[in-house]
Design a protein around this ligand. Structure first.
Ligand SMILES: O=C(O)c1cc(=O)[nH]c(=O)n1[C@@H]1O[C@H](COP(=O)(O)O)[C@@H](O)[C@H]1O
Length: 236
């Protein structure tokens, strides 16, 4: 899908990083029509949240299953085959060649899209070196993007800082999904590579993933609406 084909409302993906299905349902009710795309990650998935994927899909919402798989290829293939039956739009795997190949095999011709997580947005160069890598964040993100493209992955997760260089590598054939989004003045928390919603869209991001700034806000709907307004303004 080219950027022009993505509905502006779908560009904001709200991370339902909440402790229970009840808490998630309460948040979804508060956000109402303001949010059309949700992410279910570790916290909610491990608290019984996976069936919510199908329920949300039945209600016309899109769902990103952020399961960040990384295992031997065969296990990833079988895992992705199972996720493909849940009704999600996106699933994440870490951007290791065996893992990405396994995921693409498991997806087959299903409509589920595979996103490869390049380098987590909480990492800077020092964190990568501490983990044993010799490359900088930007070098590793670009190397992984090239591998993901060759393998046939559908999209990349990176910080908005890398989106400009990634677009040059992968063109519009892959979706660029960016966490590390912080509205002006919002606490960065553990995120190290961050940008505002408007700047991320201007940089070329297709989708923005936002968790705490929305779900921990006193008025989550007002924050989501403000992010949408910023996205629409940046799209011109
Ligand atoms: O795959 C992801 O969604 C992801 C990748 C990454 O590099 N960084 C990152 O923050 N995320 C997820 O994006 C969300 C960001 O949440 P906030 O920092 O609260 O906005 C969390 O659910 C993370 O798990």
């Amino acid at each position: 899908m080219t950027p022009a084909e993505i509905a502006p409302k779908d560009r904001l993906i709200v991370a339902l990083d909440l402790p229970s299905v009840d808490a998630a349902e309460a948040m979804i009710a508060r956000l109402g029509d303001s949010v059309s795309f949700y992410k279910i990650g570790y916290q909610l998935a491990y608290a019984g949240g996976l069936p919510l994927i199908g329920k949300l899909a039945d209600r016309g919402k899109k769902v990103f299953a952020d399961l960040k798989m990384h295992d031997i290829g065969n296990t990833v293939t079988r895992g992705v085959e199972s996720v493909a039956k849940l009704g999600a739009t996106f699933v994440t795997v870490h951007a290791y060649p065996q893992t990405m190949k396994g995921a693409v095999e498991g997806r087959g011709s299903a409509s589920l899209k595979i996103l490869a997580v390049t380098v987590l947005t909480s990492y800077n160069d020092d964190d990568l070196h501490a983990a044993g890598y010799r490359l900088s964040v930007s070098e590793l993100v670009e190397a992984r993007a090239q591998q993901a493209q060759v393998i046939g992955v559908d999209g990349l997760v990176s910080s908005p800082e890398e989106v400009g260089s990634l677009r040059k590598i992968v063109g519009h054939q892959m979706s660029l999904v960016t966490p590390g989004i912080r509205p002006a003045g919002a606490a960065s928390g553990d995120q190290k590579r961050i940008m505002t919603p408007g700047r991320a869209i201007t940089a070329g991001a297709d989708y923005l993933v936002v968790g705490r700034p929305v779900v921990e806000a006193a008025d989550p709907k007002a924050v989501a609406d403000a992010i949408h307004a910023e996205i629409v303004q940046a799209l011109g």
